[in-house]
Design a protein around this ligand. Sequence first.
Ligand code: SAH
Length: 418
Amino acid sequence: AARLCSGAGGEAESAGGDGAMLRHLARKLRASGPVTVAEYMREALTNPGQGYYTRRGGVGESGDFITSPEISQVFGELIGIWYISEWMAMGKPTTFQLVELGPGRGTLTEDILRVFKQLASVLSKCDVSVHLVEVSPKLSEIQAVMLTGGKVQPNPEDESAYMKGISKTGIPIFWYRDIQDVPPGYSFYLAHEFFDALPIHKFQRTEKGWREVLVDIDPEVPDQLRFVLSPSRTPATQNFIQPEETRDHVEVCPEAGVIVQRLASRIEKDGGAALVADYGHDGTKTDTFRGFRNHKLHDVLSAPGTADLTADVDFSYLRKMAQGKTATLGPIKQREFLKNMGIDLRLQVLLQNSGDTATREQLLHSYDMLMNPEKMGDCFNFFALLPHHRLVRPDKKDRPESKSPLLPVAGFNELLLK
Ligand code: SAH
């Protein structure tokens, strides 16, 4: 099963794991008191020794959750076409970087690069490079095998990357731990199921005002964690709750805000676009923090480090964080985006070309997973950052010569690629 939106799913599974992370956290909580949910999430997911992504990796059928690129190659192919369509609409710049945040097993990049190869004649005069932002050593190894056959150079001296290699299709690939290490330049960014893995703060409205939800050790049960409320306001309650807020429970992901600000600044300065795909809402949901292990819901406070922790992405917050540096489009539902990108036609072609019943059934099954409103079709969304000039023609006075209408952005409108 995919990590469907909050609310969808059964009873949470609990316990298990070797307990190393729990012991580490329990020691810390006993010594210095409760921590924010963001701090807990960061430790549980990306602690360099015991973190979930560091050790377990999680993505894929044999992991804890499955994602769209792992379900169907069509997903990545249509995203590859999105980048080509935007590259053409932006006047075919002679070079671009494809920058993926949190590439998981590398499947999405692999599918995109296959499209770039198939459309090599279109891209022939363009210098393309791939830049992967990945904190997990384990997943970067899996990506290296998937994309380069394992032929990589660690710690190249001449680069800010921690690893580099050449894709099977001949494109240079670089790995970084932080978006800030990626060299500046015209770039197309991609973040699929990345923002939902970043640490959130949680807040609760009480009679005495806003309080932050914290994680503490349960004094009654040894080595068991529990949620408590901060006795007074915390710096985060002051900074992140808007005076006009109407909800009683709010989740905020400041790290996502910082990354979107960086993406927006880079796009404004050097050009390009960003495509964000994730499950999420537009500033309306409340408690969406949840865990996944072995494809089942998992108690978020149980056996930290052994389960994926995630929260819905608040697209209204991302839009606000772009701060007008770029235009934004979406969120639009996955089924609408993929339909606009021509998924139905692609499915028909693949069905016609497949001889055996098992393959045809698999194609139809994966189409249903991606598109069915009850599965991933409705709760996954696409959201884009684009330079203002991509959507609004500069004042006619400045450019009296430009008569042709602006091309609509594929996915958010029907694909018009010829
Ligand atoms: N995009 C992939 C994987 C999603 S899982 C897919 O859709 O299949 C989340 C990914 O983000 C993993 O690769 C994880 O290691 C990475 N990740 C999590 N936190 C990160 C951080 N702070 N910086 C960079 N990568 C991170």
